[in-house]
Design a protein around this ligand. Structure first.
Ligand code: SF4
Ligand code: SF4
Length: 466
C-alpha cells in the first residue's frame, strides 16, 4: 500500500517539476531576435490593419448602439444596422464554409501563410517580442543581462517589460470581452460598482491567457497545441509554397542568425519541419547576411515544394486549388444572397384553437388569431395589414401596429365579415375561404411581407336561418 502511495505521489511531484522545467526551458523571452526585411514589412502590412480593426471596433457605435455586438442575452449578433438571429443559421453556415474554403485555398497555395502572417498567436507573439526589445534591448543585450546578477537596472527593465506585457494582455482581454459586453455598459456598471462578475472573470482570463501564450509559451502553442499544423500536410500539394534552404548552393557561413530569429526555435537548414509557421523571418535574416557577404539572396526562400514556379502557376495541374477557390466564391455569394433575401420583419399568424369562428354582438362572423412579429431591424417599424383582393369585405380589427426595434411581439387579431344576406356577393363563400394578407410599411405603404390564412364561417344553409 505504502509503495502504491509512494509511486502515485512521485510522478505528480516530478510531473510538476518537469512541467516547470519545460516551461522555463521553452520560454523564449530572451532568445528571439527581431530582424527587419520584406517579410517583416509584409507582416506589418497585414497585421496592423487587423490589429487596429480588432482594437478599435468596440469603440465605434452605430445609431447609438455598439457597431459590432454579440448579444448573448438577446441571442443576436449585430453588425452595424444588420442583426443576425438564431434563425439566420444559414448565414453562419455559409460564413463558416467560406472561412474553411478560404483557409484551404491559402494553405494549398502558400502553406502556413496564415500562421506566419495573420494568426493572432503569431501577431501577439511578435508584439510581445517588440516590447521586449524596446525595453530590454537587442537579443545580445538581453542574453547578457540574463547572465548578470540582479541589480537596480535589471529589476527596473524586467518589471517594465512585464508591466507592458500585462497592460497589453489586459487591453486584449478588455477588447475581446467588449464585443460581448459593450464598453459603455461596462463603464456604467463599473462606475456603479456593478461590473458583471462573469465579465470581469473573462477579461482576466483572456488577459492571463494572452500573457502566458504570447509571453512564455509562444511556439509551444504552434507546435504542440494548434491542430492546424497537423492537417496542413493534407492540404498541401507538390506546388505549395514552403520555406526552403538551398543546400546545394553551399553559401552558408553558419552565422546562426536564421535560428536566432526563428520564433519556433528551429533550424531550417535541417529541412522542412512541422513547427515551421512560414513567418519568413529566417528568409529576411539570411538575405541580410547574403547582402553583407556579397552573395545572391535567396539561400533561404519561399519556393514551391517539388516543382518550379512556372509549373506551380499552371492551374490546370492544380484542380484542388481551383476547386477551393470556386467553393470559396460560391460560399461568399450565398452569404450575400442569404443576407439580402432575409425578411426584415418576420411575421406569423396562428389561429385561435378554441373556436373556428363565432358570431359577435354586431352580427359579424369573427375568426380570432394570434399575430407574432419579429422586427429584425434596429428601428421601430410602423406597419399596416391589408387583405389583398378583398372582394367580400373582410375587416381586420386592428390594421396598424408598431413593432419595437429588435423585438419579438405578439398581438391578438380579429378578422371579421358581416353576416351575408341572401343576395350578397358573400353568399358565394364556402365555409372555408383563403385569405392573403399583405404587410405594408405604414410609412411608405410598400409591401414588406405577406401571409396566408383561412377564414372559417358557417355554411350558407346555417347562416340563412340565423
Ligand atoms: S523556419 Fe523560418 S519561416 Fe519557419 S518559423 Fe522559423 S523563421 Fe519562420
Ligand atoms: S542565416 Fe544564412 S548564412 Fe546564416 S546560418 Fe542561416 S542559412 Fe547560413
Amino acid at each position: 500500500m505504502n509503495k502504491l502511495i509512494a509511486t502515485s505521489q512521485q510522478p505528480q511531484s516530478s510531473g510538476l517539476r518537469q512541467f516547470l522545467s519545460f516551461f522555463k526551458a521553452n520560454s523564449l523571452t530572451h532568445r528571439v531576435r527581431l530582424i527587419s526585411g520584406r517579410y517583416l514589412t509584409l507582416r506589418r502590412i497585414i497585421s496592423w490593419p487587423l490589429l487596429l480593426l480588432c482594437f478599435l471596433t468596440p469603440w465605434f457605435s452605430w445609431n447609438d448602439l455598439p457597431l459590432v455586438h454579440f448579444d448573448l442575452v438577446a441571442k443576436q449578433f449585430r453588425v452595424g444596422s444588420v442583426i443576425f438571429w438564431p434563425e439566420d443559421l444559414m448565414v453562419l453556415t455559409w460564413a463558416m464554409l467560406a472561412g474553411a474554403f478560404g483557409l484551404f485555398f491559402v494553405a494549398m497555395a502558400s502553406g502556413r501563410l496564415w500562421c506566419g502572417f495573420s494568426c493572432p498567436q503569431t501577431v501577439w507573439t511578435f508584439l510581445f517580442i517588440r516590447l521586449e526589445e524596446l525595453i530590454e534591448g537587442s537579443r545580445h543585450k538581453r542574453l547578457k543581462m540574463d547572465r548578470t546578477p540582479w541589480n537596480a537596472e535589471k529589476i527596473l527593465r524586467k518589471s517594465a517589460k512585464h508591466f507592458s506585457w500585462l497592460s497589453l494582455s489586459l487591453w486584449t482581454g478588455l477588447t475581446f470581452i467588449a464585443y460581448f459586453y459593450p464598453l459603455e455598459a461596462m463603464a456604467n456598471d463599473l462606475s456603479q460598482s456593478d461590473l458583471a462578475g462573469m465579465g470581469l472573470f473573462w477579461i482576466l482570463f483572456i488577459a492571463a491567457m494572452t500573457y502566458l501564450n504570447a509571453g512564455f509559451l509562444r511556439e509551444q502553442v504552434c507546435t504542440h497545441m494548434c491542430p492546424y499544423s497537423r492537417f496542413q500536410s493534407v492540404m498541401s500539394d507538390k506546388s505549395t509554397l514552403v520555406v526552403q534552404y538551398d543546400e546545394p548552393r553551399n553559401d552558408c557561413i553558419d552565422c546562426q542568425v536564421c535560428v536566432h530569429v526563428c520564433p519556433t526555435d528551429m533550424d531550417i537548414r535541417d529541412g522542412m519541419q512541422l513547427s515551421c509557421i512560414a513567418c519568413g523571418a529566417c528568409v529576411d535574416a539570411c538575405d541580410s547576411i547574403m547582402e553583407k557577404i556579397n552573395k545572391p539572396t535567396g539561400l533561404i526562400a519561399f519556393r514551391p515544394g517539388e516543382v518550379t514556379f512556372n509549373e506551380a502557376l499552371n492551374l490546370k495541374q492544380r484542380p484542388r486549388l481551383v476547386g477551393y477557390a470556386f467553393a470559396f466564391v460560391i460560399s461568399v455569394l450565398l452569404i450575400g444572397i442569404e443576407v439580402s433575401s432575409r425578411d426584415i420583419i418576420q411575421i406569423s399568424l396562428e389561429r385561435d384553437r378554441n373556436s373556428l369562428y363565432r358570431i359577435n354582438a354586431n352580427d359579424e362572423i369573427e375568426n380570432s388569431f394570434s399575430l407574432k412579429f419579429h422586427n429584425k431591424t434596429q428601428q421601430d417599424m410602423p406597419i399596416r395589414l391589408r387583405i389583398a383582393d378583398n372582394l367580400y369585405g373582410f375587416e381586420i380589427s386592428q390594421p396598424y401596429f408598431t413593432i419595437a426595434a429588435g423585438q419579438r411581439q405578439q398581438f391578438p387579431l380579429l378578422i371579421s365579415l358581416a353576416l351575408p344576406d341572401p343576395d350578397s356577393h358573400a353568399q358565394k363563400l364556402s365555409n372555408r375561404t383563403a385569405i392573403h394578407i399583405e404587410v405594408l410599411s405604414a410609412e411608405f405603404d410598400e409591401p414588406i411581407n405577406d401571409m396566408n390564412t383561412s377564414f372559417f364561417m358557417p355554411s350558407v344553409d346555417e347562416i340563412n336561418p340565423l
